[in-house]
Ligand binder design. Sequence first.
Ligand code: NAD
Length: 359
Amino acid sequence: MRQPRRILVTGGAGFIGSNFVHYWCKKYPGDRLLVLDALTYAGNRQNLADLEEVANLRFVQGNICDRALVDRLLQEEAIDTIAHFAAESHVDRSILAPANFIQTNLVGTFTLLEAFRQHWEMRGKREGDYPEGVTASHRFLQVSTDEVYGSLGANDPSFTETTAYAPNSPYSASKAGSDHLVRAYYRTYGLPTLTTHCSNNYGPYHFPEKLIPLMCIHILLGKPLPVYGDGSNIRDWLHVEDHCQALDLVLHQGRVGETYNIGGDNQVSNIDLVQTLCDVMDELAPDLPVRPARRLITFVKDRPGHDQRYALDIHKITSELGWSPTITFTAGLRQTAQWYLDHPDWWQPLLSARKTVIQ
Ligand code: NAD
């Protein structure tokens, strides 16, 4: 029988973290969740508002680089699992101001690893330290990205888990560095780690600076839709709900010390995506300020070092853990567009925080 877990979710007020918390509370209501989030511009406690009253959830506003705080929380809550989402995550911001990326993504991950190692070494094997019925099988789940592998040409084979790292932006380099630390903590100390590399996510609660929410909102406002370069860059898109299901499987059944790619098997060029989204919004929102929405598409100067293509080989997670994506891009994009149409109260207050970046 499954034992309840006590999970520290870092970055649980961000896009994927909050979707993960929603997913987990619904599926495992007996688990204890502790969300630690600094509430940077990308974090929003509103993302968890409907859960805080009902779920077995505690929210702490704080920084993963704060070692004393992390130590205290691990001990107070007898944490056995860390699901590590907290990061600076926007490539454009990493080009403009990389320092925060090094601090949070590298130093923050190191701080968590070191605190969790000591916690695990002191308490992990002593059953008496845990509340009755709580598993002592510790896990550190590193939620990483396909961007650490670099960029693919049009005909290159997809990235596998053994592809050499070749990050191209300060964001992906800082994530790559943190992955190496996670690997080293497994190899050196035996810390029970798991690492996942996911492709581009989309879905509800996505901060309006990222491509899909940005385009949805600009279409609703009748503002230009900025597309980098000629729009030919290709990304592999996965609905965030499918990502959460994959993380669930990796946490429960993944082999300790291993890495797993999580992708949508769904490669789409940026321009095709934006055009499709325009058509979906034309259909869902008859009173758009500019119709057809495709008239708003504007090509802008390309991002420096812009990766041309990402594609993930997901054979390992499919064959070992039986996971594959379930939400088609057509259905997922429509559901996401509808969510932004239905939730102006969520995104309108966030628009000012978004203005400091290129898009
Ligand atoms: P996000 O930017 O939406 O959320 C990040 C969260 O971390 C925010 O709530 C923020 O307040 C918090 N945070 C930032 N710095 C912190 C700090 N020092 N201490 C505590 N909290 C801090 O990011 P996201 O898109 O939800 O991504 C989550 C994770 O998934 C990241 O590690 C990212 O690298 C990875 N990832 C994202 C995608 C994607 O498409 N969004 C794809 C693959 C992997």
